[in-house]
Design a protein around this ligand. Sequence first.
Ligand code: F6P
Length: 374
Amino acid sequence: MARKIALITGGGDCPGINAFLASAVRRGSSEYGAEFVGIRNAFSGLADDDPEKYLMPLHNENVIGLENRSSTILDSSRFNPFTEDNLARGYPQKILANLEKMGIDGILGTGGNDTILSAQRFESLGLPTVMAPKSIDNDVSGTDVMLGFRTAIYFGAQAARSTADSARAHRRISVVEVMGRQAGWLALEIGVASGADLITIPERPVDLNEFCSAVKRIYSKYNCANLVIAEGTSIQYEDPVIKRAREESGVVRALLEETPELDAFGNPKLGGISQILRRVLKIELGLKKIEEIRSTDLGFTLRGLAPQADDIILGLRFGIKAADILLGEKRTGLMVGIDGLEIVDVPYEEALKPKTVNRSDRELAALGVFISSS
Ligand code: F6P
């Protein structure tokens, strides 16, 4: 009997997701005669009282050209059916019942660590799932690279180099902030590719006194300084430099007093460190005007991009592999990935090991990453 498969795209959007969807539909329908329905808003749509509202039938004809499109046509959510409250409300069982009512007997999807964790939990409840890794953070194991990362680097490096060239012309300090949560891959590769003077990543704590002295040396020598800062860079609230900034700047006080919300998976909502560092640097370098330091938060500009070739190709390859695994080999509970040039699959347990920057201090320092002496 032909399989009916739901396609979902959970978590942060990114380039390449639509290439996966197009490829999974083409491969699954032509090779295995499967029927596909996209579910908008991922597990949130599946958990609705009327999930049919979120259905988007996908077939060969309506996925033509889909691989080039930005973000995800299925929208997304960070809905977590397995929080204590949602478990008590019976959401996992409601989702399974909704899937059964719609005649759906498996899920193919894209996700980062959180969506893959939900897929793993549904797998343990007997729902066949296969996932493809996507996130501009590039922070799951079992794959050299996740969908979206390469396009984010390509665009982010151009944007950061543009701010660097402008800072040079105006003898300014430029602070570019990028996402990445607790992984510094985005900041590292955008910083290196854009010729940043200093890069900060979450994996290397920053002694602000040393950091400001390093910026001061660069600024004095070159009349400009280009910094790429990961949103998850760890600065200590009790750091004397932060204490001085809190005393002298109402903006720093306000930003530090904003307690970041947690998302449904307990991730703090980051963002804004570049605004704090602007004021810290103005104070510590004794600059007269704040506009001598400009900040640019690339944030979501890296999420909604149309995919470059690398991510189109990766998404198409992931889609073929995922359809082959679920529909041809009838294996489940697996994440597809790329190992060198080969498309592979790994159990969710392997994928869910966090992948943070694991390079040596020696190489990172040579690439411009700020490494505190202590
Ligand atoms: O996980 C990808 C990501 O872009 C992170 O880098 C960022 O911190 C987070 O999503 C932002 O989450 P949201 O889109 O829910 O604001």
